[in-house]
Design a protein around this ligand. Sequence first.
Ligand code: DAT
Ligand code: MG
Length: 134
Amino acid sequence: MERTFVMIKPDGVARGLTGKIVARFEAKGFTLVRAQLMQVSVELAEKHYAHLKEKPFFGELVDYIISGPVFAMELSATNAIQNARSLIGATNPVNAAAGTIRGDFATDVASNVIHGSDSEESVQIELTNFFGSL
Ligand code: DAT
Ligand code: MG
């Protein structure tokens, strides 16, 4: 079993999509290990998106992720990282296939409803950043 970090972003929580999204992961075969509804601080947001610091949309991205509570999750499954990315869909909802979370619930890359870690290294960093422990 592998674990991954997934976060429903503020627009997903505000639109009442949390239950539907968690159900999709459970239906696929993921186990929910830990979860918390939490407010992201500016410091955590800047750390989480540090790799995008030079992008023109960085400020907007930080403002968005702190705009309301997020639902942070640790999920476990076989090939959890890749399976979660497949369920989530392409970064830009325009390119996200129907049946994926972004394909079904989002239209705009700047508010694309959900985050999923992209590597074992980012899982470790993100679980630590969001839950305070591995
Ligand atoms: P992903 O979330 O699919 O891993 P990423 O790590 O490249 O994608 O980018 C993180 C987030 O940054 C992404 O979910 C939405 C935002 N983002 C990426 N490209 C963007 C763009 N061109 N304009 C606005 N926001 C963007
Ligand atoms: Mg990413």
